[in-house]
Design a protein around this ligand. Structure first.
Ligand code: PLP
Length: 414
């Protein structure tokens, strides 16, 4: 076994104790084909040329790094927002979907399947399939189809077929099970575009590489604006962990940069209605890799809860499980209510309506700011708190259009 870094898994796809590929025999060929070819394909100069050009002209990258003056004043530090909310289709998800459609094309695949929670990954996948004229099938939990009607309409308008997952909690993990079943039944012509840094090796590494454009840009943008490439803190929300992996990637081997992941604790970590995987999870295998998983004593996966469909997942990518296990990352959690407050605060303070997922990252500011010092359910070491001179980058993973129904309901209650 080769040694691992925080950034790169070993040849078997392990980040420390987590990762690997735990797959049914019938998926072995597909996953092995991907594993043996992905790096050569991605780093082929012609691939890079097409990918970079589309990131620029189609996605709208580089996304701005915005100095949030009024937010900085509020929290007594220097805050920059990485504006993934301004990407085409409204979140960071397109960075990965675009990379994977170009890869699928080079693998000769004619049919794309995907799973989606909030609908953002489904929309991103349907978008790139339209761009390339490829058949697209998206699995989505029945409950999420209700919660995210506008995104379902977008997928259909973009030409995708949306198939409801009606088992279990009828959310993301059930949609993922359906997609895996489809791939087993269609092993030759189909590529499965996974939407986060989860799944069997090489998916976590591949998706992290596609999303790493986020921190690649942060480095030069910060240098331009502050004279230094390194922030003191990078904060991102974590569902499976792809926007966080992208925002952390080029800082993982920089020990001076405090990495902060914010999970969704729903009604509270110990309320039984939560999705705070590192706080509640134990090592286990979920959707093809070994990671931390919310499970009962006898290994039944626990139904997660979050107000935000994109964070409503009982697992976490192996890269993040290793950051948690090793102490390299600080893992906080924000409740539904914390996230709503943070969303309304950003709207009023900066004129930006964030996605509910991103609002969890913003809620982390309340806990790390010496001004507000909101109590966190996980202990925060004193050295992780902001000072006036800290340079804090928050990954604003998406915009709030899709969440307006939830925001409207919250306003009625006020
Ligand atoms: C999907 C989504 C997330 C959560 O997924 P990660 O893989 O953890 O990034 C976060 N924010 C937005 C806006 C999303 O759409």
């Amino acid at each position: 076994m080769t040694t691992t870094t925080y950034q790169q898994p070993n040849t078997h796809g392990y980040y420390g104790k987590f990762g690997g590929a735990f797959i049914p025999e019938m998926l072995h060929r597909n996953v092995e084909e991907l594993r043996s070819k992905y790096l050569d394909i991605i780093y082929d100069p012609a691939f890079q040329k097409e990918y970079k050009a589309l990131l620029h002209d189609y996605v709208g990258r580089p996304s701005p790094l915005y100095y949030a003056k009024r937010l900085s004043e509020q929290y007594g530090t220097q805050i920059y927002l990485k504006r993934e909310d301004l990407c085409h289709t409204g979140s960071h998800k397109l960075n990965n979907a675009l990379g994977q459609i170009l890869l699928a094309e080079r693998l000769g695949k004619k049919r794309i399947i995907a799973e989606t929670g909030a609908g953002q990954h489904g929309v991103a996948t349907a978008t790139v399939c339209a761009l390339k004229g490829v058949e697209c099938i998206v699995y989505m939990g029945e409950k999420d189809i209700e919660r995210q009607a506008p995104n379902v309409a977008r997928m259909k308008m973009l030409g995708a077929t949306v198939i409801p997952a009606v088992s279990g909690s009828k959310t993301l993990k059930d949609a993922t099970n359906e997609a895996i079943r489809d791939w087993i039944n269609n092993p030759v012509d189909t590529h499965y575009i996974i939407g986060s840094v989860v799944g069997p090796h090489p998916y976590p590494d591949m998706v992290a590489r596609f999303q790493s454009i986020i921190s690649e840009e942060i480095r030069w943008q910060l240098k331009e604006q502050t004279g230094s490439e390194l922030p003191s803190h990078v904060i991102a929300c974590v569902g499976g962990g792809s926007n966080a992996a992208g925002a952390f990637y080029h800082f993982l081997e920089e020990p001076g940069v405090q990495l902060v992941a914010v999970e969704a604790s729903g009604h509270g970590v110990h309320s039984g209605m939560s999705a705070a995987t590192t706080q509640l999870g134990k090592p286990g295998v979920l959707h093809g890799s070994k990671s931390l998983v919310m499970q009962t004593e006898d290994g039944q996966v626990v139904e997660p809860h979050s107000i935000s469909a994109g964070l409503d997942y009982p697992g976490i990518g192996p890269l993040h499980a290793n950051l948690y296990d090793s102490g390299r990352g600080l893992f906080l959690s924000a409740t539904d209510e914390d996230a709503l407050q943070a969303a309304f605060n950003l709207a009023k303070k900066e004129g930006i309506i964030p996605a509910l997922e991103s609002s969890h990252a913003l809620a982390g500011l309340e806990m790390l700011s010496p001004v507000t010092a909101k109590k966190s359910e996980a202990p925060i070491p004193a050295k992780a708190m902001f000072t006036k001179e800290s340079t804090v980058v928050v990954c604003l993973s998406g915009r709030g259009d899709k969440d307006m129904a939830t925001y409207m309901k919250a306003m009625e209650g006020k």
